[in-house]
Write a new protein. Structure first.
Length: 331
């Protein structure tokens, strides 16, 4: 069994849709516009599965779009990356791994979100084997895979209280190796973003990419509060090695200029991009210089894919971004 990389071929992408009972309610029209933009981009390249508590709202928002299936399931929130299935493969067989989602360490209600996978499995839409790992807390945004046995993660998240606090780092590494048949675990001990609720998800900081490349958040402003920690993170990344002992090619993405909601700095990051069949969707923040730099650097990493920006300013108001909203299902 192996954990495919995100750049491998996909069956579809999942979105979990906003509704009036989510924290999106005060800005619901704005976030629905954003979700329609995400859906429009995804469905140009592959099918989209929409999990929605309010199916009528989803249908009305996504009207006139093809290549979409909407399933009615109760939800607390919308972060598919963290409550969705993590899919592994063995040959052509797929294994849908259902880990416990507890609201990022009991910070938020998750009673419905933690049941989404079981409800989705019961629909019969998924072809493969269901594996129940609800005795272990793990969010999809907290791990990266190259599809060849390397997992990258952060100690700040996986060792945080209220997740698997009875386990040591060695215990957790043992389980990651067991779950994903991993040959090595790369641990980042530094890197964080102001306003982050996830305790440092890897998909906000650094991403495994094709050809032994790591794309990561880079801060060049010595006056920015993130500067020191992200510089140390960059040094850590430079010491990582592939399974054959080679250093990774490192491609830095600029840290977005500070964005605030009242006095709170929001966790804007360009590392939260989504790789799909034929394209990479990346978050933009109405910062043309930074947005354009990111597009060019991602095109360098993914020369055969379209690089498409999605305005994600509304998403970071709830402390997430584009990748956090989505979960891919490999073929």
């Amino acid at each position: 069994m192996r954990f495919p990389s995100e750049w491998e071929r996909q069956q579809f992408v999942q979105l979990t849709f906003p509704h009036k009972q989510t924290d999106w309610y005060p800005i619901l029209p704005d976030v629905l516009d954003c979700y329609r933009s995400i859906a429009t981009a995804i469905t140009r390249y592959e099918p989209l599965l929409v999990v929605a508590q309010d199916t009528e709202l989803a249908e009305n928002t996504l009207r006139d779009l093809d290549n979409i299936q909407i399933i009615g399931i109760p939800t607390n929130d919308t972060w598919s990356r963290d409550h969705g299935f993590i899919t592994c493969k063995e040959g052509d067989k797929r294994f849908y791994m259902d880990f416990q989602f507890n609201g990022w360490g009991l910070k938020f209600a998750s009673n419905y979100d933690n049941q989404i996978n079981k409800s989705l499995w019961k629909t019969g839409l998924l072809s493969g084997t269901y594996i129940d790992h609800n005795d272990f807390v793990l969010e999809g945004g907290s791990i990266e895979s190259d599809g060849r046995g390397t997992i990258m993660t952060t100690s700040s998240c996986l060792l945080s209280p209220n997740r698997n606090n009875l386990f040591t780092k060695s215990d957790i590494e043992f389980h990651l190796r067991r779950f994903f048949n991993a040959s090595q675990i790369l641990w980042l001990d530094h890197g964080s973003l102001c306003g982050d609720d996830t305790d440092g998800h890897i998909d906000t900081l650094a991403r495994l990419c094709p050809n032994d490349t790591i794309v990561y958040v880079s801060c060049e402003d010595s006056n920015d509060t993130h500067y020191e920690d992200l510089c140390i993170m960059e040094s850590e990344l430079s010491r990582f090695r592939t399974l054959d002992g080679s250093p990774y090619r490192l491609i830095g993405l600029p840290l977005p200029d500070a964005i605030y909601d009242d006095s709170e700095r929001l966790p804007a990051t360009y590392a939260n991009f989504l790789i799909i069949n034929g394209a990479v969707l990346y978050p933009t923040y109405n910062q043309p210089t930074n947005d354009n730099i990111v597009q060019a650097r991602l095109q360098e990493v993914f020369p055969d894919r379209d690089i498409i920006g999605i305005d994600s300013l509304v998403l970071i108001r709830q402390h997430g971004s584009l990748h956090c909203c989505t979960m891919q299902y490999p073929i």
